[in-house]
Design a protein around this ligand. Structure first.
Ligand code: AMP
Ligand code: ZN
Length: 663
């Protein structure tokens, strides 16, 4: 087989494996084998730039940056849906449409996925364009972002039409949403509020590789137009599924409104076990001919109706309010409730967010409160049943001291949260910081878990991350459930963590707002902790992607006596608080001050490697050509508009060879 044939074969195989994994949930090869095939394809594609394919499976990782999303007019308007909330509403709808069409009416009942709508055009079996709903008449071109979503087919299978548009919903399943939030919390960032907003926000991210990292899914529900020879909505769904789209199988075709109601009742309960959020059921007249007869109102199709579920609400007793102290000292009030069943789970606690929220709701001990589970995972208190309030109840006074260490709490102007500032003496803060230090994305210390950290702190053996490096086997052996073997593993794991690279140690320090990505940026820019620790706020802010909030936080961290002591002790124990020699060896300032645009496909190096090379040599990779661009490095298949723009602005164009020689 020639290399070119191999490229085609690998692409087909990878499209199929993607489909098996993300659409069918039924992978047939290991993740490792998949990655190997993908790598092989990437290497080959770099060797044969003339084989460029805008729908290659290698593009799933993203990398394209869109500064301004193009507005595009929809070929057919994206309508809204009329809403109904009761059986009566549905019967009214049936009466209305029965006057407009002849004969019996069948309905398809579908789940109403709660995310962001998308309209995707395919030409000759490949993905051509994806648009957001926008105002319904025109939307934004988010093609680059949509291509990174693994359940969106880039190439179709079966007997698809030459050209068609298909509509669906981009959603974020609960599990993926929770994983994203865990990461944010680990970085000391505010968690995302709910899956729907996070999904719809993802569509407009400028960097498609950021979208690629999010576990989004695309669920399809309608083919636009009737050029497929299909005569019903239900068959449309089946056809779309056969072309390789992810079309949930819960949809059902029924003969009457009574059966629609059965479907609704079933899913009002069963929805709590779905892996993603739905906010109702969509009922559609099944026959496409009847749909055409019914047509549209100014706002929505007459042939469809959304049935919206009421957010499930229960009332229960508020037993007491406890206060949780986080690793940064932030205080969160928690309502402890008389256990009650809600949306299929037993609820015992609900977040009260902060002092303002308590005041706003005027919740008091002994109150009967309404609890609701909406898009959020943690239930919310919606209000108080005043008719059940005890005569002698008193307004809640917010605590003024830390419940764990009795330090008076502070609250900064403009911040919602109260803080305990006793960072060094407050046990949950001490434990939380060390737990963060050892977490997977930070030092990832094998043999040490969060509970053991708490035991070690409570036994007075450690007070900060640096103390870990003073531990000996005989210190930890007396701990609960600590056998000789696990003690040895623990000490060995701690020793091994001295090899962890600078950026992860920096992340592990738990500086507020310094997440994984920011830590990487700072490590690369400052190269060692000494240089970072003396940087002024202005200097920090001048670093790419570092804003004022982060700059101030980093500056303050390195002006704090305890952090300085912690860092210098970590240095003395041999932790990596500078870039490794290998990373340093590849660093120069050859390209410093240069703003370089990279475009097209390269032969001897991948695009990402090229970008990394520029950055390692002090240059800056920019995404669009402007008068400030130093030069453009052009590979094969560069778009003609980029070349034109470069020529217009007199920006020099370098070939791959010319650039590498220059270096
Ligand atoms: P609304 O935004 O409340 O007007 O509801 C209309 C939106 O529901 C559409 O724009 C779709 O994005 C979304 N939707 C979710 N699931 C479905 C479905 N099965 N059929 C049609 N629309 C759906
Ligand atoms: Zn405290």
């Amino acid at each position: 087989m020639t290399d070119k044939e191999l490229i085609i074969q690998l692409r087909e195989a990878l499209h199929q494996h993607n489909y098996n994994y993300y659409v069918l949930d039924n992978p047939t090869i290991s993740d490792f084998d998949f990655d190997m095939k993908l790598k092989q394809l990437q290497t080959l594609e770099a060797q044969y730039p003339e084989m460029h394919d805008p729908n290659s499976p290698t593009l799933r990782v993203g990398g394209e940056v869109t500064k301004n999303f193009q507005t595009v007019v929809h070929s057919q308007r994206m309508y809204s849906l009329d809403n109904s909330y009761s059986k009566e509403d549905l019967l009214d709808w049936e009466t209305r449409i029965k006057k407009l069409v002849d004969g019996p009416i069948q309905y398809t009942c579908e789940l109403k996925y709660d995310g962001a709508s998308i309209s995707i055009t395919y030409k000759n079996g490949t993905l051509f364009q994806a648009l957001t709903r926008g105002d319904g008449t025109q939307g934004d071109d988010v093609t680059a972002n949509i291509k990174t979503i693994k359940s969106v087919p880039l190439k179709l299978q079966g007997d698809y039409p030459n050209e068609f548009e298909i509509r669906g919903e981009i959603i974020l399943p609960f599990k993926g949403f929770e994983a994203m939030n865990e990461e944010r919390i680990a970085a000391g960032e505010e968690p995302y509020k709910n899956p729907r907003n996070t999904a719809s926000g993802s569509l407009k991210l400028q960097d498609s590789s950021e979208v690629a990292k999010r576990p989004l899914q695309c669920l399809l529900y309608s083919i636009v137009g009737d050029h497929t020879g299909i005569t019903s909505q239900f068959d449309n769904l089946e056809k779309a599924r056969s072309w390789g789209f992810k079309v949930p199988t819960e949809a059902k075709c029924v003969q009457s409104i009574d059966e629609v109601l059965e479907f609704v009742d079933h899913w009002d309960v069963a929805r709590h076990h779905l892996p993603y959020e739905i906010d109702g059921i969509v009922i559609k007249v099944n026959d496409l001919q009847q749909q055409a007869e019914l047509g549209y109102t100014a706002k929505a199709p007459r042939w469809a109706m959304a049935y919206k579920f009421k957010a499930e609400q229960v009332s229960t007793l508020l037993n007491h309010i406890s206060y949780h102290v986080g690793r940064t000292g932030a205080i969160t009030p928690v309502a402890n409730l008389e256990p009650v069943e809600l949306a299929g789970t037993i609820v015992k606690r609900a977040s009260l967010h902060n002092a303002d929220q308590i005041a706003k709701l005027d919740v008091r001990l002994g109150d009967t409160v309404f609890v609701e589970k909406g898009g959020e995972i943690i239930p919310k208190i919606m209000g108080v049943d005043l008719s059940k309030r005890p005569m002698d109840s008193l307004p809640t006074t917010y605590i003024s001291e830390c419940p764990e260490c009795q330090t008076p709490l502070t609250r900064t102007e403009g911040e919602a949260q109260h803080y305990c500032t006793n960072a060094e003496g407050c046990p949950p803060q001490i434990i939380g910081r060390i737990q963060h230090y050892i977490s997977r994305k930070a030092l990832d210390i094998e043999g040490l878990g969060g509970e053991t950290v708490a035991l070690l702190v409570n036994a007075g053996l450690i007070k900060d991350a640096a103390d870990l490096y003073t531990l000996k086997i005989e210190d930890v052996l007396p701990l609960e459930r600590m056998a000789q073997k696990s003690a040895e593993n623990l000490i060995q794991g701690i020793e091994l963590s001295k090899q962890i690279p600078f950026e992860r140690v920096l992340f592990g320090l738990g500086i507020r707002y310094v997440g994984e990505t920011v830590a990487k940026t700072l490590a690369k820019h400052y190269k060692n902790v000494g240089a970072l620790s003396v940087a002024s706020i202005e200097e920090l802010e001048a670093v790419d992607e570092i804003g004022i909030k982060i700059a101030e936080s980093v500056y303050a961290f390195f002006r704090n006596e305890n952090s300085i002591r912690l860092v210098s002790r970590l240095v003395s124990y041999g932790l990596q608080l500078q870039l490794s020699e290998e990373a340093m060896a590849n660093q120069t300032t050859l390209l410093s001050g240069e703003r370089i645009v990279v475009s097209g496909v390269f032969e001897s190096i991948s695009r990402n490697e090229l970008k990394a090379l520029i950055e390692a040599n002090g240059g800056k990779v920019v995404s669009s050509i402007s008068a400030k661009t130093t030069y453009l490095v052009a590979g094969a298949n560069m778009g003609p508009s980029k070349r034109q723009k470069a020529e217009q602005l007199n920006v020099p164009i370098l070939t791959e060879q010319e650039f590498l020689e220059k270096l």
